[in-house]
Design a protein around this ligand. Structure first.
Ligand SMILES: [Zn+2]
Length: 109
């Protein structure tokens, strides 16, 4: 699986890449390339919240993520991700064997 790292399209970075801000934006995109879809959404949504007004549009430029997607992520965060399962993927077969002999057999002599 190839991880395509998005290049920041925000006005500041397009004008000048030799800035500390570009490095941060670039590293955000590096991080995003390793996250799964919902993790990406929540991380970007959180960054957008830190900016506040206009954050969704700015983050959309930085990450290439859709503004609507970021907004959805913000709503999910507002809800403490209650609508999202926190279950982790467990490896099957690592647990205890299933208990299945509970039936008593009638004794025979
Ligand atoms: Zn940027």
């Amino acid at each position: 699986m190839t991880n395509i790292i998005h290049e920041c399209q925000c006005a500041a970075c397009l004008a000048d890449k030799n800035r500390e801000e570009w490095k941060i934006h670039h590293q955000m995109n590096v991080l995003l390339s390793r996250l799964d879809e919902q993790q990406r959404r929540w991380y970007v949504a959180l960054e957008s919240k830190k900016i506040g007004h206009g954050g969704d549009v700015e983050l959309s430029e930085i990450t290439g993520m859709d503004v609507e997607t970021i907004r959805r992520g913000r709503h999910e965060l507002d809800d403490d991700l209650a609508s999202r399962s926190s279950e982790r993927v467990r490896d099957e077969g690592g647990g205890q064997p299933t208990v299945e002999k509970k039936t008593h057999r009638s004794r025979r002599h």
